[in-house]
Design a protein around this ligand. Structure first.
Ligand code: DP6
Length: 389
């Protein structure tokens, strides 16, 4: 039995569109920042034994192992281990691989918040299985087969997912660009919007986009290759102004592609646009870019900024998106007790309660094994310690 955690990652050059739906091969490169596991992570326990069947529990509830993406991951990891053993391996190693597994996974952040949890979840599952079986090689390629963005959560720091060219996907892997401590001042404020509307899942949205949006093709062929090179350079030289410009442009282009899709996929809502507008107003007042936003397939804004500017940006979020009376504090995660304000030109309204909360976090490391047996989510017989009926 083995238990691991894996982090969430946020893309600043977005992955949007597949050239192979089954192997999950993208039509463009993407770049992301891995967030600290302290405030947001997936935790997974895997156990191999003489069980009757493979079984999985997610956040306390049993789910079907027939889910094709889960089956893909399980098969891919087992296949890889077989290849690595090359028909050799000890009897014990072969017996372990022949065993069925029980998997139990949970997130330490509310999935209901609409925050991308599949990346951390699949990265954690694949990492845990690979450690259990003793897989030695590259594992982002295996995590990718659960969810594309999961391949980037296999590494900490700043990560590039190379789209690759091969049909078998062996070269569609994530690589670490920089360690987490490369840019120690980097911070993120994840603004969780109050919004119950059910969104088109990203896998469905991008499939529709590939089928119907000419802008998506243009973006993948012409825009992303050059923009990725610029982003890699901006991160390497810690050029925040360039990093911020590229991040906002790329997020806005993703959502333009979504509107260019037929029927259109609308992910940003009024609150999302209001946060974006506030960030532009702050940058204008500051005379340079001190913050930037990015949005995935939902209304939540991720604002990247440097530590020195947290008081101003957090103060402005508190001013324009105060929690409604009686509800909790706006900020969670890293300490956010120093709030400041900036005189902005735009007359932006106050939207009380539009944000549920804001998670303040940093860039962090990749998945890790938890050594303490107390951390196991399965008991000695391989059944979850916590079950939700
Ligand atoms: C907007 O990785 O969730 O977050 O590969 O179909 O599982 P599948 O899609 P997923 O898509 C993430 C899209 C995004 C941008 C990004 O993370 O790069």
């Amino acid at each position: 039995m083995l238990t691991c955690t894996a982090p969430v990652n946020i893309a600043v050059i977005k992955y949007w569109g597949k050239r192979d739906e089954v192997k999950i091969l993208p039509i463009n490169d993407s770049v992301s920042l891995t967030l600290s596991s302290r405030h947001m992570h997936a935790k997974t326990t895997v156990c191999a034994s003489n069980f009757e069947a493979d079984r999985i529990w997610l956040n306390g509830k049993e789910e079907s192992v027939d889910n094709p993406r889960l089956a893909n991951c399980l098969n891919a990891v087992r296949q890889r281990r077989l290849e690595e053993m090359g028909g050799q391996g000890t009897e014990a190693e072969r017996a372990l691989l022949a065993c069925k597994v029980h998997i139990c996974s949970e997130n330490n952040f509310p999935t209901a918040a609409g925050l991308a949890s599949s990346a951390a979840g699949y990265a954690c599952l694949v990492y845990a299985l690979c450690r259990l079986y003793g897989v030695k090689g590259e594992i982002s390629e295996l995590a990718r087969q659960g969810s594309g963005s999961a391949c980037r959560s296999v590494y900490g720091g700043y990560v590039l997912w190379r789209m690759g060219e091969r049909e078998d996907g062996k070269d569609s892997v994530a690589v670490k660009l920089q360690d987490a401590d490369h840019w120690p001042e980097m911070r993120v404020l994840i603004c969780v919007a109050n919004d119950a509307r059910k969104k088109v899942p990203s896998s469905k949205g991008m499939k529709l986009g590939v089928e119907t949006s000419p802008l998506l093709r243009y973006r993948a062929d012409v825009i992303v290759p050059a923009r990725t090179r610029e982003m890699v350079a901006a991160i390497e030289s810690r050029d925040f102004d360039k990093f911020a410009e590229l991040t906002m442009r790329d997020s806005n282009q993703l959502h333009a592609v979504c509107l260019d899709t037929a029927p259109p996929c609308v992910y940003m809502n009024d609150t999302s646009h209001a946060v974006a507008e506030l960030v532009h107003a702050i940058n204008e007042a500051a005379g340079r870019r001190i913050a930037c936003y990015t949005f995935d397939a939902g209304p939540n804004a991720c604002i990247f900024l440097l530590e020195a500017h947290v008081p101003i940006v957090a103060g402005m979020l508190q001013k324009h998106f105060p929690p409604t009376a009686g509800t909790e504090k706006l900020f969670r995660g890293e300490k956010t007790d120093k709030l400041d304000e900036l005189q902005i030109a735009a007359d932006l309204p106050v939207r009380s309660g539009a944000l549920k909360y804001v998670i303040h976090s940093k860039v962090g490391d990749g998945p890790e094994v938890l050594a303490d047996e107390k951390d196991h989510l399965l008991d000695a017989s391989g059944i979850p310690k916590k079950l939700i009926q």
